[in-house]
Write a protein that binds this ligand. Structure first.
Ligand SMILES: *[C@@H]1O[C@H](CO)[C@@H](O)[C@H](O)[C@H]1NC(C)=O
Length: 765
């Protein structure tokens, strides 16, 4: 209640807002490893851009991006040279591509998004080219492009002739990237060949709140996996062309007046390129063919082209699914809703059974829904708040130099912001803390291009007495609400007892939220967990105790409830981002995301958890959980050593005890679980990519020819669990895809997909 009235008090200031607060606050971001005077924040107008719709602003914008020499052509990757390139409202005429550097965010005024307008003679592959072809290969290896955002823009190609090839944005990137609040305007008439968004590869990723108007295709995309929600397509010839994928989750699509909605027919029936697509809570209006597929009962590979749809509204969409032989699912010239329909292999709960048709829709818990759809909320950008509503941590005395102990300064800044009903702005920096940072109810915290809270010292190094680095809510079940966005929690040096985030807060009514808040452990400058300390040693099963870097990424405790997570990547580094060859490292983090909330609800939109020793996701004694798309990877060093070391199982945390569960099991059984569900109910996973690419740093095990032998098992459903639904489960490198109480449910070779094995529908019963 008190919080509510404080909100009103801040809102009353909103009437005075002119520009976006991000442009108006003091710019004090410090990149401690980039040299003195390195500019974190860049307003394009300070670099000569006019935004008047007449002047060619290309050079000025690229000058704003390249100031201080961040990671551009020929640079592998970096965390040391962040950039926030800010565009005030206006129309910026450009004649060639804008090239955002690695770890550079392009951010427009959220209240009045600026337009990037291509000249009639525009030259380039994308008005924004996020990964250029300076040579025949992409400048950055697409699967290693992390920590980049573009938000709040209108991208306009309407001045380019409809028949001239034009691309709004080129974005082959990977985890911890996001596009938000972007409109793509293209010609809508004639023989238009423009494409709004083009992605050819990568390991994404998340996008939300995009609108595509006109064009031959709104989006033409291939990538391992993605989560995309709230995308609108108006008057495109084809809304989405799916070039290839393993798994893709779409929610909240609104496709209107397009000839084809989603074309997943790439490769044709004899060589399907699209592994799987999960589509929920979406609508097609005035669309002759909603889904175009090449799947047949005999198409190749066996499970490729798997399609799972749930809660799809058709309004004048006469063909819902069209295959090579004609209509597979009729639509209507009126209105109807498809409750659930799919094709592929299903296990309900045993299988495989090939199917193409309706199936029982998930029994969705009401706690997860808003107007019948899964609840969503985009990252708040606070565009109605003036700069005076923000408190800077640096103004409050924190240094962010990765060396100073910032514990007290950071804590005081958080407390003051909450007491004054202000939003805490974490200026870019690496804030070293030596005891727990507590985030109380009422906190709203937003970072400047992923500042880092970095735990350090003996307080976090007791494996028998783990401590949270960031604790949200002081005790499990404390009531209240917080909003956290755009920062990273990490550790420095040996931290065998660090729990990066402990979530205790119980939020009823409006959920709390985490948007683009990541855990990134090791592999970057300032962590002292890089090639110098922890370079990989294939074949060496002896654990280097100096490379035990975290106990757990995130713990959601029993009394916690009501948390919305969007684009959250929990990553123990497999390689050194700041080393020019991206050399691999061996560091040990115990556990990924552990949820033991008694009641839920939790929403995990576009999350990943990678390289934790015991498991990536574990749910125990919990319920009411939405997950989609999730992505995991097993540590590359396993089984040398395997998951029996170096984190002994803790019974009170329901840790897997591989010594017991692997007795008599063949192969690499003592390997990290991708997903483990114990005594839980009402859990729905809409798309999962559970990958185990390596055995002792060799990828030879992760092919069908080799028999997917990297590990034996990857998904475990245990105990009294019920109403566990997994759609489009894609596994790589594991022999058994799903286990129920230790018994094998699904076998990799029965479910061959393009690169993974796929089960379109699993229902535990
Ligand atoms: C692990 O890989 C290394 C390097 O290829 C090799 O020398 C070693 O024999 C392997 N060890 C095991 C147990 O497979």
């Amino acid at each position: 209640m008190r919080f509510g009235s404080a909100l009103l008090a801040v809102a009353s200031l909103a009437a005075t807002v002119k520009g976006f607060w991000l442009g108006d606050v003091a710019h004090q971001g410090l990149a401690p490893f980039a040299g003195a005077n390195y500019p974190v924040f860049r307003n394009v107008k300070d670099y000569g851009a006019r935004g008047d719709g007449v002047t060619d602003d290309t050079a000025a914008i690229n000058a704003a991006i390249t100031a201080g020499n961040p990671c551009n052509r020929g640079c592998t990757s970096t965390t040391t040279t962040p950039g926030v390139v800010y565009f005030p409202a206006g129309t910026y005429l450009i004649s060639s591509s804008i090239f955002p550097a690695y770890f550079t965010q392009l951010i427009g005024d959220a209240g009045s998004p600026p337009t990037l307008k291509a000249t009639a003679n525009f030259a380039g592959f994308g008005l924004i080219d996020g990964n250029p072809y300076y040579t025949p290969v992409l400048n950055w290896m697409s699967v290693n492009v992390f920590f980049r955002q573009v938000r709040n823009f209108v991208i306009d190609t309407t001045a380019i002739a409809p028949g001239t090839a034009a691309t709004g944005m080129h974005w082959p990137t990977s985890q911890a990237t996001s596009l938000q609040n972007i409109v793509f305007n293209m010609p809508a008439t004639g023989d238009v060949v423009h494409v709004g968004l083009f992605i050819e590869e990568g390991s994404g990723g998340f996008m939300t709140d995009l609108t595509f108007n006109g064009g031959a295709a709104g989006a033409s995309m291939g990538n391992q996996q993605y989560t995309m929600r709230n995308l609108k397509f108006n008057n495109c010839k084809t809304a989405i062309i799916q070039l290839w994928d393993w798994g893709w989750t779409y929610a909240g699509l609104s496709i209107n007046n397009c000839q084809v909605g989603i074309d997943i027919s790439a490769g044709g029936s004899s060589n399907l390129n699209v592994g799987s697509v999960t589509l929920i809570d979406s609508s097609f209006t005035n669309v002759p063919v909603a889904i175009l597929t090449a799947w047949t009962t005999n198409s190749v590979p066996a499970t490729a082209g798997s399609l799972v749809m749930e809660n799809i509204a058709l309004n004048n969409a006469p063909v819902a699914v069209k295959g090579p032989g004609g209509t597979m699912l009729a639509g209507t010239t009126g209105s109807m809703t498809i409750a659930a329909w799919g094709n592929g292999h299903r296990y309900t709960p045993s299988g495989p059974a090939q199917f193409a048709g309706a199936f029982d829709a998930t029994n969705r818990p009401g706690a997860l829904l808003s107007n019948g759809r899964y609840y969503t909320r985009s990252k708040p950008q606070y565009e109605n708040f003036p700069a005076s509503s923000f408190i800077s941590v640096r103004s409050a005395g924190a240094r962010g130099d990765a060396a100073t102990d910032d514990t007290a300064a950071l804590q005081n800044a958080i407390n003051r912001a909450v007491a004054e009903s202000k939003i805490l702005f974490i200026d870019y920096g690496l804030y070293r803390v030596t005891s727990t940072i507590r985030i109380p109810p009422g906190a709203k915290i937003v970072g400047e291009s992923f500042p880092v809270i970095l735990s350090a010292g003996g307080f976090f190094n007791d494996i028998n007495n783990p401590k949270p680095v960031v604790q949200v809510g002081s005790s499990s079940g404390q009531q209240g609400q917080v909003e956290l966005s755009d920062f990273i929690v990490s550790t420095q040096g040996v931290q065998a007892g660090a729990i990066c985030i402990e979530w205790n807060l119980a939020s009823s009514g409006t959920p709390s939220g985490m948007w683009d808040v990541h855990v990134r452990i090791g592999g970057f400058t300032g962590t002292q967990q890089q090639i110098g300390q922890c370079v990989k040693q294939p074949g060496n099963a002896a654990v280097n105790p100096n490379c035990m870097v975290a106990f757990m990424a995130m713990h959601v405790t029993r009394g916690a409830s009501g948390l919305y997570m969007e684009n959250v990547w929990l990553w123990t580094a497999d390689h050194d981002i700041d080393e020019h060859l991206n050399t691999q490292i061996t560091i040990y983090s115990g556990r990924g995301l552990y949820i033991e909330s008694e009641n839920g609800p939790f929403w995990l939109w576009g999350t990943g958890s990678e390289h934790f020793v015991l498991y990536q996701y574990q749910l125990a004694n919990t319920r009411n959980i939405f997950m989609g798309q999730i992505q995991t990877e097993t540590p590359y060093f396993q089984p040398t050593p395997n998951a029996l070391v170096p984190f002994p199982p803790v019974a009170s945390l329901n840790d897997p005890d591989f010594r017991a569960s692997c007795a008599g099991v063949e192969g690499n059984c003592a390997a990290a679980w991708g997903v483990r569900v114990i005594n839980s109910r009402d859990v729905s996973i809409y798309g999962a990519g559970l990958y185990s690419f390596f055995d002792n740093y060799s990828t030879a095990c992760s092919t069908f020819t080799a028999g997917q032998t990297c590990q034996q098992r990857i998904t475990s459903i245990e105990g009294s669990s019920s109403n566990i639904n997994i759609y489009n489960l894609n596994t790589i490198g594991t022999r058994e895809m799903i286990n129920r109480d230790g018994a094998r449910v699904a076998w990799f070779a029965d479910n061959v997909n393009t690169f993974a094995s796929n089960v379109a529908v699993y229902k535990s019963g």
